[in-house]
Design a protein around this ligand. Structure first.
Ligand code: ADP
Length: 614
């Protein structure tokens, strides 16, 4: 994962440096300013240990800290009292957060300082990285004020404006699907992305996609239809969804999956997952059950069609000319850039799960006490920009928590996918089941909140581990959880339970009862759907988890052409939206694996309509 992230980052960065369709691109970059800073004048030699009077000893020093995903290990290189390199040796941060570490690293090297500002929205990753570098620096035995501060070199000038047919804001799954489709329909397309890397929440998701009538269902003898999917989405959202939008989603999901497979070259695994709230197993799984496969292939396809992706470029305002949206104002490294769109602008900025203020304003329960699985880029910018033009928002109060996340960091735990294979039970500290394990995410989350400590414990056996293979497909996460004691593997149920202080006798009784339901073919307590498989021999596994903010169902109101509507239900000419930035598709609650279907279906619709607009 770390290596993949590096590849993505470097290709995204390369793209941002070579983007050049606009006018006025400056070839020159300003020379680094030579300033004398307080730290420089402040570093009296007498403060350094006597033996190191000349400065900080040259060498490489290792240090570690704790980030959002667990341990962060770094290697700091000092030469002539300068930081010449900081290598991240080990980390489990998801790409958006790894991006924050990258920014800090660049700043530290550029300014020769280890005490730098945290990256907003990525507090845990920033703290962990700063802690690791400071820990490494301590090993030099020198005082940190011996590091002579220098001003960072000015970054490369970009053009002050760019012209294209279609401007897409956000390079997640929806934005890239829209960009590809627009380009396939003859448009010149530029995508602006505020982070250093593409992908957004799509990249850090499992990438699973609901597709009724798909190529794997037939082999498993599963009967499915677009109507059944339509009914599931509506029921899952308590019928608060817009049925017309749901109909479009249900009718086009399979075709979108085939497009991803055949046109974009996304590789799908040969098995499916059974996501909570669906009436049948219908969710396709991309390679390695990871959104990385989707984003890499979407980005490669977009590049092959000549789409430019300008990373590190944040859209801040939409420009209207005679009522039509004709441009996007953006900022990159403090520079103002205007992106002119002759045909249309597509907002694909994702949700607002990482915007605490917006979350609380719409749903006071979703406060800072609740951790989040989201990318740091999910701050609702598209919603804010469109609202300034009178756009309508819907369902903003519906914010979904994912039930099985890291109790310390909020990261979604993919090892817990063993549950979605129907092979695990959820119990509480008292050793009792309390909810159907394949219920909707919101239902399970609410039930978990009611349990002691607001946490749940997922239990499974070795046969289930082998059948699901989650220890291999998510090996890094698995090792990290074991190391931190959030997941335990033990020979006996009693031993596993003791690790968390779970009532072992009660847990054993729960397992015995569950096994009886499996033998009878009916779960008398919670009516668990799907196949029922009894637990057998150890080793046994228990994973502690808690709900964390995952998806914001609310957002911009669009019509079936993905055009953004005003509060008066009128089309805003030239403005389209797709993906998590939109609302009314999932109602009160989105079912698992429906997001990838949604972003692909509506991304393609937005891309087609923008490209073919007059
Ligand atoms: P979706 O699933 O709807 O595609 P994602 O979260 O995957 O949503 O992607 C949304 C992308 O939009 C993220 O990469 C995010 O960083 C980016 N983004 C959010 N706000 C802005 C902005 N103001 N300007 C440019 N990109 C943005």
């Amino acid at each position: 994962m770390k290596k993949l992230t590096g590849i993505l980052l470097s290709s995204a960065l390369a793209l941002s440096l070579t983007a050049c369709s606009g006018s006025g691109a400056s070839e020159t970059s300003a020379p680094a300013a030579e300033t004398t800073t307080a730290a420089q004048t402040k570093a009296p030699e007498s403060q350094a240990p006597e033996t190191e009077a000349a400065g900080i000893p040259d060498g490489t020093y290792e240090g570690q800290g704790t980030g959002k995903g667990g341990t962060i290990k770094v290697e700091l290189t000092i030469k002539d009292s300068q930081i010449t390199d900081i290598k991240v040796l080990e980390h489990q941060e998801t790409p958006g957060y790894a991006d924050a570490m990258d920014k800090l690293r660049e700043t530290m090297i550029a300014t020769n300082q280890i005490d730098v500002d945290m990256v907003s929205g990525a507090t845990l990753s920033s703290t962990g990285f700063l802690e690791a570098v400071n820990n490494a620096f301590e090993k030099t035995g020198a005082a940190s004020d011996l590091l002579a501060a220098k001003a960072a070199a000015a970054s490369e000038e970009k053009a002050d404006h760019y012209d294209a047919d279609v401007i897409v804001v956000g390079a997640g799954g929806a934005g890239l699907s829209a960009a590809i489709t627009a380009a396939e329909n003859g448009a010149d397309v530029i995508v602006v992305e505020k982070m250093n890397n593409t992908g957004g929440n799509t990249l850090i998701s499992g990438g699973e996609m609901a597709a009724p009538g798909n190529w794997l269902q037939e082999g498993e003898g599963i009967d499915d239809s677009t109507d059944q999917f339509y009914q599931d989405i509506l029921a899952g959202g308590d019928n608060e969804n817009d049925p017309e939008l749901v109909r479009v989603l249900a009718d086009n999901a399979l075709e979108a999956a085939i497009w991803l497979r055949d046109d974009v070259n996304v590789q799908f695994e040969d098995y499916m997952l059974f996501f909570g709230g669906h009436s049948v197993k219908r969710s396709l799984v991309p390679l390695n059950a990871s959104g990385v496969e989707l984003i890499q292939k979407l980005q490669a396809k977009a590049e092959s069609l000549g789409v430019e992706i300008h990373t590190n470029t944040a859209a801040v305002e939409l420009v209207q000319t005679d009522g039509k949206v004709t441009a996007v104002k953006a900022q990159s490294d403090g520079q103002d850039i205007t992106y002119n769109a002759s045909k249309g602008v597509i907002l694909a900025t994702g949700g607002f799960g990482s915007n605490l203020e917006m979350r609380i304003a719409n749903n006071p329960q979703m406060d800072e006490k609740i951790l989040s699985t989201n990318s740091v880029g999910s701050t609702g910018d598209g919603i804010t920009m469109a609202e300034a033009l009178g756009a309508q928002t819907v369902d903003m109060q519906y914010i979904q928590t994912y039930p099985t996340c890291d109790p310390e960091t909020g990261t979604l735990l993919y090892v817990g996918d063993v549950r979605l294979e129907g092979r695990a039970i959820l119990v509480n500290l008292e050793g009792k089941r309390f909810v159907e394990e394949l219920e909707r995410r919101d239902v399970i989350s609410m039930a978990v909140k009611e349990q002691t400590g607001g946490v749940s414990y997922l239990f499974w056996d070795e046969a289930s581990m082998q059948a699901s293979g989650v220890n291999a497909s998510h090996k890094k996460e698995y090792d990290n959880l074991i190391e931190r004691g959030i997941l335990v593997k033990a020979d006996t149920v009693e031993e596993a339970a003791a690790h968390f202080g779970i009532d072992a006798k009660e847990l054993q009784a729960t397992i015995d009862r569950y096994n009886q339901y499996c033998a009878d073919g009916k779960d008398l307590e919670f009516n668990k759907r799907g196949e029922l498989t009894a637990f057998t021999d150890g080793p046994y596994y228990i994973m502690k988890s808690t709900p964390a903010i995952h998806h914001t169902m609310g957002g911009l109101k669009i019509n079936t052409n993905a055009q953004v509507l005003t509060t008066e239900n009128e089309v805003i000419p030239g403005l389209y939206a797709a993906g998590e930035v939109t609302g009314d598709i999932h109602g009160t609650n989105r079912l698992g694996s429906d997001a990838i279907a949604d972003i692909t279906v509506f991304g393609r619709i937005a891309g087609f309509n923008a490209a073919t607009a007059e």
